[in-house]
Write a protein that binds this ligand. Structure first.
Ligand code: ZN
Length: 401
């Protein structure tokens, strides 16, 4: 048993860690026969930590510790964990779909180059379910005949043909990453963020054990405030038009936070493209290049706009899932079930709801929220979708004008 290697440190489930340790050891021994292979598919629901497992595996492959394969401490391991390793490319697509051109530039080209400092060129592709058919086909060639020193790690929600093209699945080794439970996520947070068990458990429960979101909730006061504001909506619906005013504020705030999160990365990308195109340089050649490149800059800005829209929509959707969880908590109280609450710190509010609103009313509230999520998915303006939702919730709660 390896007690404290990079897999343990990063909280990778012991259900899959042994297989990855074996593969990394075989890779170091130069045995790419059975334990090790060039293409892997990590599948698991969002928040299961599938890309964390892929990063830990990449670290183990690049590790230079002569004793422990994947020590988590050496320079190589640390660089992979920090996302600064020169031979590891980690792509996290933000758009709804990954096009062929993006695929070629970000995945296939880097995959074809030899590693420079460590033993392997590792390409990690998150959200591989967003590949267009064309992009998946383009990738297939690399997966079928990978360069000798290249390892491709795909991450996707499942191996379902709807998520990943079957030919891609059949040519990769599949690792199913199980969804961790509340206790496991809490333990991870206590380790990584040095928080109390109570705070860690609360963060895990209220994000349905989504590792990344739970971590953000622990770290980010903005997110804590935003969650509290969302859940308090259930109280606001009883107070005149307060809920209507608050959804407007809520949409504004969520939009701001989502945009801030993306702005820096987007600016950096535009800057990089400008440099690559020779903009900012002077001379006749540069002037000529400049004229042709305006279109490319516009294209990139267009891409960023789509990314922003998606980020805002995702953030709003998660807020609505939070709110639905509160009504679910109230329903659980109503039937006196022993199921764990999603928002134990808002227990007073869910108890109050349970006393004020009938179980049918509570179900209708949840339906109203699901309807709003549907509307957001159909690109209805967020303010409009949430206003309609508040109206329906008020009706379900028997609030008269
Ligand atoms: Zn190491």
């Amino acid at each position: 048993m390896t007690s404290n290697d990079v897999f343990t440190q990063m909280g990778v489930s012991e259900l899959i860690a042994p297989q990855l340790r074996n593969a990394a050891r075989a890779a170091r021994a130069g045995d790419t026969g059975s334990a090790m292979t060039h293409a892997w598919l990590f599948s698991g629901p969002p928040g299961s930590g599938r890309s964390v497992a892929a990063v830990a595996f990449a670290a183990a492959l690049e590790c230079s510790n002569p004793e422990v394969v994947g020590c988590g401490q050496c320079e190589q391991c640390r660089a992979v964990r920090n996302g600064t390793h020169g031979d590891v490319v980690h792509i996290v697509p933000q758009e709804l779909s990954i096009a062929v051109a993006t695929m070629r530039r970000d995945v296939i080209e880097p995959a074809a180059t030899r590693p420079t400092v460590a033993s392997w060129r590792v390409v990690i592709l998150d959200n591989a379910d967003r590949l267009t058919d064309g992009a998946a086909n383009a990738l297939l060639k690399t997966v079928e005949e990978p360069p000798k020193h290249t390892v491709i790690l795909l991450c996707a929600p499942s191996t379902d043909p709807q998520d990943v093209m079957p030919t891609l699945v059949s040519r990769s080794r599949h690792v199913y990453v199980p969804q961790p439970n509340t206790k496991e996520v809490a333990r991870l947070l206590m380790q990584s963020d040095d928080v109390s068990e109570e705070i860690a458990t609360l963060a895990a429960a209220s994000t349905s054990n989504h590792v990344g979101r739970a971590r953000r909730l622990v770290r980010d006061p903005d997110m804590q405030r935003s969650r509290a504001r969302t859940l308090t909506l259930a109280e606001d619906v009883f107070r005149g038009d307060k809920a209507f005013r608050n959804v407007t504020a809520m949409v504004k705030e969520i939009t701001k936070v989502a945009e801030q999160g993306l702005a820096e990365a987007s600016e950096a990308e535009v800057e990089k493209l400008r440099t690559a195109l020779g903009m900012g340089a002077s001379g006749r050649g540069a002037q000529k290049a400049l004229r042709g490149s305006a279109g490319q800059i516009r294209e990139l800005e267009d891409k960023h706009k789509k990314r922003r829209t998606r980020a805002v929509r995702d953030a709003l959707d998660l807020a609505l899932v939070d709110l639905a969880g509160l009504y679910r908590d109230a329903l659980i109280k109503a039937v006196d079930s022993n199921v764990e609450l999603m928002h134990p710190d808002f227990q007073q509010l869910s108890e109050g709801l349970c006393q004020r609103v009938s179980p049918q009313g509570l179900s209708a509230c949840i339906e109203a929220i699901m309807k709003a999520r549907e509307h957001l998915g159909m690109n209805v303006r967020p303010e409009t979708a949430l206003d309609a939702m508040v109206g329906r919730i008020r009706l379900a709660c028997g609030v008269s004008e």
